[in-house]
Each structure stands twice: as structure tokens, then as C-alpha cells.
Design a binder for this molecule. Structure first.
Ligand SMILES: [Zn+2]
Length: 485
């Protein structure tokens, strides 16, 4: 039987605020020792009251709008009650039925493969709300006993929980969703979205059904997948397992599975509580959030063009291939850099894109800087490409000039002037060097004349070396051709 894969993703996104959601402790304590970034509020001491961090609401609204969701004028907080050692209050402050956002979607441009043409997958958002994070526990064995350690540093860290409808149809689509979501979060500046630092966490609900069916089969939930590659690998494994179960005439049970990165395998976890067990009710210690039109307008002032829209515009307005548009819009500062460079350059955008993808990307990878931080400004890059286009310097000089500009911050013109980098295309200068090379290498001249015309590259290379790479290569070649006849 042919099966269709049905996947929904639940993500927890850490918002990059200065402080936690309901107290003044700092939000990011990734490098801190356990239990050093806590206070009576986030550890739920008796008598304390939470105070909502305004920036959490603002970043939540930004994300909701970027996800095409509606933002109702009033939303509420609710208590989600459960008992676990990492939750000192005995409940988590979250949002249940009246949350910050309603609806929404993300469109994924899926690239063409050998089997399928390119297409767009629309992933609808089932819910999007803000909430506080819980602490962390770990087990440790000491002298034959086992003890559980608790770190409350993460208690009260602001999160957006975002759950998709079961609209994803393959492990590739799930990976694509996370890639696009991470790009979007960084683009609008609401999260660092670093999966290794748990800024972006993902659980995957996976089931399969016969192709064409409109019902949902029993799903399993995969937890602890903390990289995009792990999500892809874990879903692929689970789909194989479910197919084998059905083929053997067995049923799928509603398990919670844990991804083990070391063995690249899934392990069964304890059975899961159902939603009803949480006894949600309104949080009595917090007021409703009133999102006025004026406040929303203030939040959305300067809202940027989003990455997928910019990607589409780079393809349609500049005629770039999808590959180029994808890389150039991978990060906001790089796509701004590209637009500034082509505005200053005025030539073929694809030519500017080639320089960016090959040479500027290398500088970025080597330095770990963002495009906006390079000493090689977009205007300098445009100038270097023009110097090459105008025949003032050759391509190789252009590439080394780019590195020199980026090291020194000096303008390309200045460096060309002081280092005498301008290309030598003066006929007599080239001819003098070419003649001496021909005179000093009779063996190569003989080989060339007897038919080894491939040696032309060697002759030009000799001349380039003697002239410090500054020779006009086509001219040099023409002179050699004449001399060697
Ligand atoms: Zn605190």
C-alpha cells in the first residue's frame, strides 16, 4: 500500500528579551551556574505577584503578524496545572483559549527534485501563544544512589509556543519549515533561534495514512530533537517504523518517543498525560492584555519586508536563480548588503550576486561577522566589480583587492593607486616580457610549434608570474600567438 506522511510540529521559541516574562531576572542564562539567575517570583515563593514584561507581548505580536496570524484586541493568561519538580509553582502561566494570536500560516517554497517539480506547501498554524518556560532536571548517580538535580534558571524565560496543523507531508518539508522559521525569527529580531542553546525546540507529531485518505491515523510524538538534521532523521526513522507495523498487521499506539542522537534511534518514553489533565483556568494574578490599534501600530512601525517576499522579489525583479535568491535572503543583513551593492554598482545583478556568493560569503565564513559588519562595504564591493568590468584590473587582482579592502578598510581606488595594481595592457611592456620568456624557453617553444598548443596557458602563466598577476591576459595571449608562429 502507498502511504502519505502526516506531520505536525510543535515549537517552543525563546524570545530574546533582556529579562524574564514576569520578573526582572535576565532571560538568557545559558552560561550561568545552576540556580544563580532566579528570584522569588520565578521560583514561585508564596505571596509574590507576576508583572508582565511588555516586550514579550510586543515580540509575540511581531511574530504573529509575520506568521500571517490575527491578533485579537484582548487576550488572557491561564494556569496550566501539573506537578513536576522543574515547576516550582505547580503550574505554568500560559495562554489557552484566548491567546495573543489566531490562525496564520507559513508558505514553504519547496525546491524541485529529480522526482518532483518545485511547489509551495502552505503550513497552517493551529495555535500561537506566549508562556513561561519551566526549569531543567537531570538525574545523577552518586555512590550507588540516584538523585535528581534541579536548575530553576530557565523558569520564567519567555517563550512563544507555536503548533502547526498536520500539514507537512515529508521529513524534508518538516526540515524546510524549521529552516524557514529560524530564518524568519532572526529576520524580525524576536529570537536568536539557536537550536543548540534551546532557543528553538521542536517536537514532531507523526502518522501515516493511505494515499487519498482524509482521516488521521494514530500519531506518535517525537521529543528531544534539537537540530534540523535530527528532526529529519527522527521523522524518517519513525515513518519507516510505522510502515513496517502496518505491513505486519499491527496497530500504531500513541507513544511518546525520544530521539537519541548518539545511536540515531527512537526510544519509547512514559505514556503521556492528556490535555484535560491540565485543569486550565484563568490566571487571577494577571490582567488581560489589551492590544490597542495604536500600540499595535507602534509595534509594527518599521516592519521589514519578510524573507520569502524578498526572495520572490530577488527572482522576479533581478532575474536571479532560486539558488542565489535563497542564499542572499538567508540572513537579513546579507540581503540588505546585496541591495545596497547593486544600487551602487548599477550593472548586471547576477554579476554582483556571483561576487557575493563566492567572495563575500568566504569573508563572512572566515570572520564570523555579519555582512553589515564587514570593512568591505557594499559601495566598495561595487567599485571593485566596476574596476574589473572597466578593464582597470583583472579578475584575480579584483579578488585579492577585495581581501585587502576588507583588511584595511581603505577604498579600492586608493589601494590600486598606492600598490600600482592597475592592469598592464601596454603593448610594448607586455611584448618585452613575452619576448624574454620565448628566448629563455626554447624547449617549450619547440613543443608548442610541434603541436602542443596547450602550452599557451603555461606561457601566459609565466608572464603573469613575472608581472605580479597584473597583466592583461587576453592581450598577452595574442602577443604569444604572434611570437610563436
Ligand atoms: Zn526571577
Amino acid at each position: 500500500m502507498d502511504y502519505e506522511v502526516v506531520i505536525g510540529l510543535e515549537t517552543h521559541i525563546q524570545l530574546n528579551t533582556q529579562t524574564k516574562i514576569f520578573c526582572a531576572c535576565k532571560a538568557d542564562s545559558w552560561n550561568d551556574a545552576p540556580n544563580t539567575n532566579i528570584c522569588p517570583v520565578c521560583t514561585g515563593m508564596p505571596g509574590v505577584l507576576p508583572v508582565l514584561n511588555r516586550t514579550v507581548v510586543e515580540k509575540g505580536v511581531l511574530l504573529a503578524v509575520a506568521m500571517n496570524a490575527d491578533t485579537p484586541p484582548v487576550s488572557y493568561f491561564d494556569r496550566k496545572n501539573y506537578f513536576y519538580p522543574d515547576l516550582p509553582k505547580g503550574f505554568q502561566i500560559s495562554q489557552f483559549d484566548c491567546s495573543l494570536a489566531k490562525g496564520g500560516w507559513l508558505d514553504l517554497p519547496m525546491p524541485a527534485t529529480d522526482k518532483d517539480p518545485a511547489y509551495v506547501r502552505r503550513v497552517r498554524i493551529h495555535k500561537l501563544h506566549i508562556e513561561e518556560d519551566a526549569g531543567k532536571t537531570k538525574n545523577e548517580s552518586v555512590g550507588g544512589y540516584s538523585r535528581r538535580l534541579i536548575d530553576f534558571n530557565r523558569c520564567g524565560v519567555p517563550l512563544v509556543e507555536m503548533v502547526t496543523e498536520p500539514d507537512l507531508r515529508s521529513a524534508d518539508e518538516a526540515a524546510q519549515y524549521l529552516t524557514r522559521l529560524r530564518q524568519l525569527l532572526r529576520w524580525i529580531g524576536v529570537s536568536e533561534a539557536d537550536m543548540e542553546k534551546a532557543h528553538l525546540r521542536c517536537d514532531a507529531n507523526v502518522s501515516i495514512r493511505p494515499v487519498g485518505a482524509d482521516y488521521l491515523n494514530t500519531k506518535t510524538e517525537i521529543k528531544n530533537v534539537n537540530s534540523i538534521e535530527a528532526v529529519r532523521a527522527a521523522i524518517t526513522k519513525e515513518v519507516e517504523r510505522q510502515k513496517a507495523e502496518y505491513a505486519a498487521g499491527r496497530k500504531i499506539e500513541s507513544w511518546t518517543l525520544e530521539w537519541d542522537e548518539d545511536s540515531q534511534s527512537l526510544k519509547k518514553m512514559r505514556s503521556k498525560e492528556t490535555e484535560a489533565d491540565y485543569r486550565y483556568f484563568r490566571e487571577p494574578d494577571l490582567l488581560p492584555v489589551y492590544l490597542s490599534d495604536a500600540w499595535k501600530a507602534e509595534i509594527l512601525a518599521g516592519f521589514p519586508e519578510l524573507p520569502l517576499a524578498r526572495r520572490a522579489r530577488f527572482i522576479s525583479a533581478y532575474g536571479l536563480p532560486e539558488y542565489d535568491a535563497d542564499i542572499l535572503t538567508g540572513e537579513r543583513s546579507l540581503s540588505d548588503y546585496f541591495e545596497q551593492a547593486i544600487a551602487a554598482y548599477g550593472g548586471d545583478p547576477k554579476r554582483a550576486s556571483n561576487w557575493l556568493l563566492n567572495d563575500v560569503m568566504r569573508l563572512l565564513n572566515e570572520s564570523g561577522l555579519t555582512a553589515g559588519e564587514l570593512k568591505l562595504t557594499p559601495a566598495y564591493l561595487a567599485k571593485i566589480i566596476k574596476l574589473v568590468d572597466d578593464g582597470i584590473i583583472n579578475t584575480n587582482t579584483g579578488k585579492s583587492l577585495l581581501e585587502k579592502v576588507n583588511r584595511s578598510g581603505q577604498s579600492p581606488d586608493e589601494i590600486v593607486e598606492t600598490e600600482g595594481l592597475a592592469k598592464v595592457s601596454d603593448d610594448s611592456a607586455l611584448r618585452a616580457v613575452a619576448e624574454s620568456i620565448v628566448a629563455e624557453n626554447p624547449k617549450e617553444v619547440e613543443s608548442y610549434k610541434s603541436g602542443k598548443v596547450g602550452l599557451m596557458g603555461w606561457f601566459v602563466g609565466q608572464l603573469m608570474r613575472q608581472m605580479g598577476g597584473k597583466a592583461d591576459a587576453p592581450k598577452a595571449r595574442a602577443i604569444f600567438e604572434e611570437l610563436l608562429q
